[in-house]
Design a protein around this ligand. Structure first.
Ligand code: FAD
Length: 339
């Protein structure tokens, strides 16, 4: 394994933005990882663990540490009646993994089809889409604790999963995920909770869809809503959705009666931020210089070519300020800034 110097990170991210990493290496097995970790200790440089680079914005100045790109691969499974325990290594491509699970007839991950990135990042961010989150099927997460210099296996409960959050994100820079074990099912039930999915099946006149059809529908919906990564630089939703108190939601509904709300529980309500950005703030499809928001999704910031991180940050700040001015809500970024 080779530690390289001054490697441009642009091409390692889906935003296609950012400066170089002072040190950079590709890790394909546990020995490589230990070597990289020892290098960081010896040279007293911080470590950033990189997967597919689909949820990060790299600073124009780059990163003054060691970027470890996880490329450990391999998938194994063990069956126990209808239950299947599948362990995938961190560097496996997420969507190829989902495709494989669906192909084998294992239920549980189909609604998470089409999300870019790696298996190793799935518990960090607790990725989610169409009513399903990674936490619903994650059983175990095997990590290297870089603070204690030891390996550890986290159970689902110990991961402290929350909306786009987990212990791995809370204690940023401490854990490297080596593999994730998912509990899938050969006789699972499909999740139709989302209106978009119900409507798509109704249009196709499919009453009892198969597992494969569910994946196809999700991929189809996503391709209409999200930019094609081959054409645009983006990291998907730049901001998190908004969770407010029921009282705050009532106040906003009085002002914006068409606003979409989803009850989280009897005290909290989730508001799709895209609706506010689009209908209240007029941010859908805006373009300024090299940056803007996607024409079909105001939550998605786009690099139209040669954008800088500063341009993205300036636009994002404008959006944060405008949402606060109009609604009193302080929005948070989902994409991580690496500097
Ligand atoms: C077009 C588009 C659509 C998207 N749609 C969705 C969506 O529907 N739902 C959703 O939840 N997300 C979505 N995302 C965001 C992104 O795909 C996910 O957050 C994904 O999990 C990131 O994976 P990655 O491997 O690219 O991680 P990276 O961007 O490389 O890293 C993200 C974070 O995870 C950490 N990390 C990565 N690998 C490891 C590891 N092995 N060990 C420890 N830490 C690690 C990094 O340090 C960083 O903190 C979308 C992004 C794009 C570009």
């Amino acid at each position: 394994m080779k530690i390289q110097e001054n490697v441009s990170l642009k091409e390692y991210t889906t935003f296609k933005i950012g400066g170089p990493a002072k040190f950079f290496c590709v890790v394909k097995n546990e020995n490589d990882l230990i070597e990289a970790f020892n290098f960081s200790k010896k040279n007293k440089v911080p470590v950033f663990v990189l997967g597919g680079g689909s949820n990060i914005l790299v600073a124009d100045e780059g990163y003054q540490g060691l970027v470890i790109k996880m490329e450990m691969t391999g998938i194994v499974h063990a069956e126990d009646g209808d239950v299947v325990h599948v362990t995938a290594m961190a560097g496996e491509d997420w969507d190829k993994f989902v495709e494989k699970m669906v192909g084998m007839g294992f239920y549980g991950l189909e609604n998470l089809s089409g999300i870019p990135g790696t298996v190793g990042a799935s518990p960090v961010q607790n990725i989610g889409a169409y009513g399903v989150e990674a936490k619903d099927t994650i059983e175990l997460v095997y990590v290297l604790d870089m603070q204690k210099d030891e390996y550890k296996t986290f159970t689902n409960n110990e991961c402290k999963f929350d909306y786009r959050n987990s212990i791995f994100k809370e204690e940023e820079g401490r854990y490297v995920v080596l593999s994730v074990t998912f509990k899938l099912n050969k006789k699972g039930r499909l999740n139709f909770g989302y209106k978009d999915i119900q409507e798509a099946f109704a249009v196709k006149r499919i009453k009892v869809p198969t597992l494969k059809q569910m994946r196809e529908i999700v991929l189809d919906i996503r391709s209409r809503k999200l930019p094609d990564l081959r054409k645009y630089g983006t990291a998907g939703s730049f901001f998190k959705n908004v969770i407010v108190s029921s009282a705050k939601a009532q106040e906003l509904l009085a002002k914006y009666p068409d606003m979409i709300v989803h009850a989280v529980n009897n005290k909290k309500v989730k508001i799709p931020l895209a609706w506010i950005l689009d209908h209240v703030c007029g941010f859908r499809g805006v373009k300024k210089g090299n940056v803007g928001t996607y024409q079909n999704q105001a939550l998605v910031l786009v690099n139209f070519g040669n954008a800088t991180a500063k341009e993205i940050i300036d636009l994002a700040q404008k959006m944060v300020d405008k949402v606060f001015e109009e609604t009193g809500i302080e929005i948070e970024t989902e994409v991580e800034y690496l500097n």
